[in-house]
Each structure stands twice: as structure tokens, then as C-alpha cells.
Design a protein around this ligand. Structure first.
Ligand SMILES: Cc1cc2nc3c(=O)[nH]c(=O)nc-3n(C[C@H](O)[C@H](O)[C@H](O)COP(=O)(O)O)c2cc1C
Length: 428
């Protein structure tokens, strides 16, 4: 499949790591153009492009920016979400490690559009290499006058800071992230008010994912119509990174036009590992309900995946072959969500624990015939009943296990053991 790499065009070009090299590759032209535009015109262009958030929810970036109140009575902030903790997701890391100035440029354009003078890049604690690369790139951007008191000589002031997290999934949730940024325990806030009105330090704040912001320089430089021409339709536009892992020959981060089919994606990464049959795949990170092999021709965009009962989420594609035990896989995900639940909301705190315990029990051959229905009932109590979307995320894989793979649950119960050959994953 022939296509132009946009977001990853500088991957494999080490010179992009330096300010000078990035400039020579055509970098910062989008920012230079943006600074000559009215801020509202930038917001309109981003809206028109159809760019939707790449962090999980797929919300219109331009619309989000338009919610930031005008006026100068309070400072405004951009917080770039670089927490990237959704299991299976490793696309933002690539962007930060190989093309840090692309992100700085995207952040700077966003700040000009909403008239924010400060950006915080909230990066997951484990990303030490990406954090160091960003710090160095930011330093060079200051030295070159791209950041600081007068961005590219425009008189617009912009400061940028890298803020390192401490390894908690919940700090990727936007309001948990703001709490953490402010030095508090990373527990999500009650919404409304939304961050666009009351965000970091009580001030209006845009929160966008790394990949979302990396798209912005290209939209400004090449225009919304160019961007809109890529993808499935008006609502699913632009280039997209997919982090592919699991039973494939060449796992990795791949860039495609949004809406490529899963089959094409699979071919692009060398096919199934050792040519084994596909059993199932997760299209959008651990939170996304599992799809089955017969959905191989699905278009991997926001709306098509949603229509199929799952979500594109962070576009972390986890591929499973016929040797995979679905009960064990979902039990492992349930263990993750139980561990990462912040404990603030009772349904999420208690429910994720019960789901993990029950799934482990089934996996160990000690399940009962009622378990599938009990699991669905627990999901029903968690869904929509927690302050943030972690609860909703935790039930996706479990519901899809019971609804799509009941036969595997039954076999575990009937045979009083896991029918798949493997060592015991859970020791207790
Ligand atoms: C539990 C949880 C974890 C999340 N983790 C991330 C993350 O690591 N990175 C991210 O960009 N968004 C994450 N999100 C989504 C953010 O809350 C938010 O929607 C996103 O950063 C907005 O940016 P976007 O509109 O550009 O996608 C998470 C959401 C939840 C509920």
C-alpha cells in the first residue's frame, strides 16, 4: 500500500533530533506560518481538518481548543499528555524519541491558537530516554528563540516544561494528570467543570495527546483540505500511528492513513507469527473490547471500530493467535485494572478486584456455571458509575470475553483446568 509517511517522516534521520537538523528538514515552517495567522483562524483550520484526539476518546481537537475562554484575566495552559500507559501502546514514545521538535512545534502552535503562555509535557516516569531527548530539544528551542520571551521574533511568550510522572496509569486520565502535575495524589476530578474552564492550577487548560499535537504543524503548513483527504471519511481523517504487538512477525509502531483495514495492517507487519491462525485482536489498547478473527476486514478508524462494538482508543493493536487462552489474557488485563484503579470510587475499586479474582478462579479450573453472568453483573455495576473512564475501560475486555468467548469459559469449567498448554500464569 503506497502512502506518504507524515508523522514518522523523520524517523531514521538522526539529524531531526537537533534544532538545526529539524530546520533543514523543513521543520518549524508550520509555526512560522501560524504566527502570521489570527489565533481563531488556526482553531478553525484544525476544526476543519477533522483532527480527532489520538489519546483515546477521539474528541475534535479544534472544538476542544475553541472551549478555552478568551480574555486575559487568568493564565492559560497546554498540558501535553505523554503518559502513554495504556497496555500495548508505544506510539508517543517513538514520536518523542525520534522527532521531539515536531511535538514542540505542535505545542507552540496550539498555545498561540488558545493564547496560552505555558506548556507542560506530562511524561510517564519510565520514559527516561524520551524525557532526556525532549529536555535537550526544548533547551535548543530556547537557544534558537523558538521558545521564550518572543517565539520566532513574534513577541508571543511561551515557556515549556517536561514534568515526569511516577508510573501510575491513572495519571494519564486528564484530571488525574492535572492533580499529579499540581503535586497532589493523581485522583481524577469531578467533571464538570471541564479542564477547558478549570484546569491546571484552576486556570483554563487544553489537554492533548502527543500524537494529536504532532499532527498540528502539518495541518497548518499543508492545509485542512490536504489532511481531510487522508482517511476513511470526513469524521476519520489524517495519518495515524498504530502500535502493533502480540503474535505477529514484526511488531512495532506503524504509520498508515486512518481507516486502513486490520487485514492490510497485519500484512504490513509480516503476518501472523509463524503463520498461525488469527484468533482475536484488541484494536485500541487494553480498554477496548476484543474483536474476533472474522472481523479481520474492519477499517481501523474511530467510527467503524465503535460500530463493531469496540473502540480505536489509543490504537494499540494486540494480536492473538489460536494458542491464546482468552480467559488468561483477560484475567491478566483485569489484574492490571485492579492494580491501577485509584480506589476513589467504590464500584471501580471493588469491582475491578472481584473481576480479577473471578477470572483467576476460572483460569485455575475452579469456576462455576454462574460465573459468566456474575461477571456481566459486576460489569453492569461498574460501567457509568465511576468518576473517570477507568471503570468503563476495565469492563470492556471482560464483557467481550463473556459475550464472545463463552465456549472457552465453559471449557475451563468443564475440564476443571485451563485447556491451553502453558505454565500457570497466576501463582495465587
Ligand atoms: C485511565 C485513563 C488513562 C488514560 N491514559 C492516557 C494516556 O496515557 N495518554 C493519553 O494521551 N490519554 C490518556 N487518556 C485519555 C485522556 O484522559 C484524555 O482524553 C486525552 O489526553 C485527551 O487528549 P486527546 O484529545 O488529544 O486525545 C486516559 C484516560 C483514562 C480514563
Amino acid at each position: 500500500m503506497a502512502f506518504e509517511r507524515v508523522l514518522t517522516r523523520n524517523v531514521g534521520k538522526p539529524e531531526a533530533l537537533t534544532y538545526k537538523g529539524y530546520r533543514q528538514l523543513g521543520g518549524y515552517e508550520g509555526l512560522a506560518k501560524a504566527l502570521k495567522m489570527e489565533p481563531d483562524a488556526i482553531i478553525d483550520e484544525v476544526k476543519k481538518s477533522g483532527l480527532r484526539g489520538r489519546g483515546g476518546a477521539g474528541f475534535s481537537a479544534g472544538l476542544k481548543w475553541s472551549f478555552i475562554p478568551k480574555g486575559k484575566d487568568k493564565p492559560k495552559y497546554l498540558v501535553c499528555n505523554a503518559d502513554e500507559s495504556e497496555p500495548g501502546t508505544f506510539k508517543d514514545r517513538l514520536l518523542m524519541e525520534f522527532d521531539p521538535h515536531q511535538l514542540i512545534e505542535g505545542c507552540a502552535i496550539c498555545c498561540w491558537a488558545v493564547q496560552a503562555n505555558t506548556t507542560y509535557i506530562y511524561i510517564r516516569g519510565e520514559y527516561t530516554k524520551a524525557a532526556a531527548i525532549l529536555e535537550q530539544a526544548i533547551k535548543e528551542a530556547y537557544d534558537a528563540g523558538v521558545l521564550g520571551d518572543s517565539v520566532m521574533g513574534s513577541g508571543f511568550k511561551l515557556n515549556m516544561y517536561v514534568h515526569r510522572g511516577a508510573g501510575a496509569y491513572i495519571c494519564g486520565e486528564e484530571t488525574g494528570m492535572l492533580e499529579s502535575l499540581e503535586g497532589k495524589r493523581g485522583q481524577p476530578r469531578v467533571k464538570p467543570p471541564f479542564p477547558a474552564v478549570v484546569g491546571a492550577f484552576g486556570a483554563p487548560t487544553v489537554i492533548n495527546n502527543v500524537e494529536t499535537l504532532c499532527n498540528v504543524p502539518h495541518i497548518i503548513e499543508r492545509g485542512a483540505d490536504w489532511f481531510k483527504a487522508i482517511g476513511t471519511d470526513e469524521k476519520n481523517t489524517g495519518p495515524k500511528l498504530y502500535a502493533i504487538s502480540g503474535h505477529v512477525e514484526r511488531p512495532g509502531t506503524y504509520e498508515y492513513p486512518i481507516g486502513i483495514t486490520f487485514r492490510e495492517m497485519l500484512e504490513g507487519c509480516g503476518g501472523m507469527l509463524k503463520g498461525r491462525p488469527l484468533k482475536a485482536f484488541i484494536p485500541g489498547g487494553a480498554s477496548a473490547p476484543i474483536l474476533k478473527a472474522d472481523q479481520i476486514d474492519i477499517k481501523m478508524d474511530f467510527d467503524t471500530v465503535a460500530k463493531a462494538g469496540s473502540m480505536l482508543g489509543s490504537a494499540a493493536v494486540i494480536v492473538m493467535d489460536d494458542t491464546t487462552c482468552m480467559v488468561r489474557s483477560v484475567a491478566r488485563l483485569a489484574k492490571f485494572f485492579n492494580h491501577e484503579s485509584c480506589g476513589q470510587c467504590t464500584p471501580c475499586r471493588e469491582g475491578t478486584n472481584w473481576m480479577e479474582l473471578m477470572l483467576k478462579r476460572i483460569e485455575h479450573g475452579e469456576g462455576t456455571e454462574r460465573d459468566g453472568q456474575v461477571l456481566l453483573s459486576i460489569c453492569g455495576h461498574i460501567g457509568g458509575n465511576s468518576l473517570c473512564a477507568l471503570g468503563d475501560a476495565a469492563i470492556g475486555p471482560v464483557q467481550s470475553l463473556v459475550k464472545g468467548f463463552q465456549d472457552e469459559i465453559d471449557r475451563h469449567i468443564r475440564e476443571k483446568a485451563c485447556p491451553f498448554p502453558h505454565r500457570r500464569y497466576f501463582e495465587n
